[in-house]
Design a protein around this ligand. Structure first.
Ligand SMILES: [Fe+2]
Length: 172
C-alpha cells in the first residue's frame, strides 16, 4: 500500500494537525475546480520523499457532520474502517504516542500489546503493539510497531514461532 485519501472538514486545521501530531509535510495544495472534473480541494502530504502518503479531500459544497460515537454508525453505507501507520521501532512508536497525546487525539483502544504468545499480551491475534485514535475528523487511525512477519509456509515469526492454523494456501 502507498497512500490513502480522507475527507476532512477543515483543510487548514487538518494540515496543521497532521504536521504536529503525525510529522507530515505539505507537498502540494490544490483548490476545487483548478482542473476540470476535480470539484474538491486536494492537499497532498508526505512523510519522507514520496510525493504523498496521505491526501486530504474537502468538498466545500458538502455539509459535514461528525459521527455520533466511535463505531455507532448503525445505519448507513459501509465505511472505510481505519488506516494504520507503522513505526520502525518501539521507541519511535512511544514518541509518536506522546506526540498524539499532546494533540489531544482521542484514544479509542490501547496502547496495547496484541499477542496470544507473549506474557504481556492481551490474548488477541496479530502480534504487534498498537494504539488506535480518532483524528480531528473522527477517522480511526492505528499506530503500531513490531508487527510479525509470516513465512511462505504460513509460520508466524512471533516470540515463540507459531504455525497459525488456517493460514496455509491449501487451507484457504
Ligand atoms: Fe489495523
Amino acid at each position: 500500500m502507498q497512500h490513502f485519501a480522507i475527507e476532512v472538514i477543515d483543510s487548514d486545521l487538518r494540515i496543521e494537525w497532521n504536521r504536529r501530531a503525525l510529522g507530515f509535510q505539505v507537498t502540494e495544495r490544490h483548490a476545487a475546480f483548478e482542473v476540470e472534473g476535480i470539484p474538491v480541494e486536494l492537499d497532498f502530504m508526505r512523510l519522507a520523499n514520496a510525493h504523498h502518503e496521505i491526501v486530504l479531500v474537502h468538498n466545500a459544497e458538502k455539509t459535514y457532520r461528525m459521527k455520533l460515537l466511535p463505531g455507532a454508525d448503525f445505519d448507513g453505507p459501509p465505511n472505510f474502517h481505519h488506516a494504520a501507520f507503522e513505526c520502525g521501532n518501539r521507541d519511535d512508536w512511544l514518541a509518536l504516542l506522546d506526540c498524539v497525546r499532546k494533540e489531544c487525539a482521542e484514544i479509542v483502544r490501547g496502547p496495547v500489546l496484541h499477542s496470544f504468545v507473549k506474557p504481556r499480551g492481551d490474548g488477541s491475534w496479530v502480534e504487534k503493539e498498537a494504539v488506535c485514535i480518532l483524528d480531528p475528523d473522527d477517522h480511526r487511525i492505528e499506530m503500531f510497531c513490531d508487527l510479525d512477519t509470516v513465512d511462505d509456509d504460513g509460520t508466524q515469526d512471533s516470540a515463540s514461532v507459531v504455525r497459525l492454523k488456517g493460514t496455509g494456501t491449501e487451507e484457504l
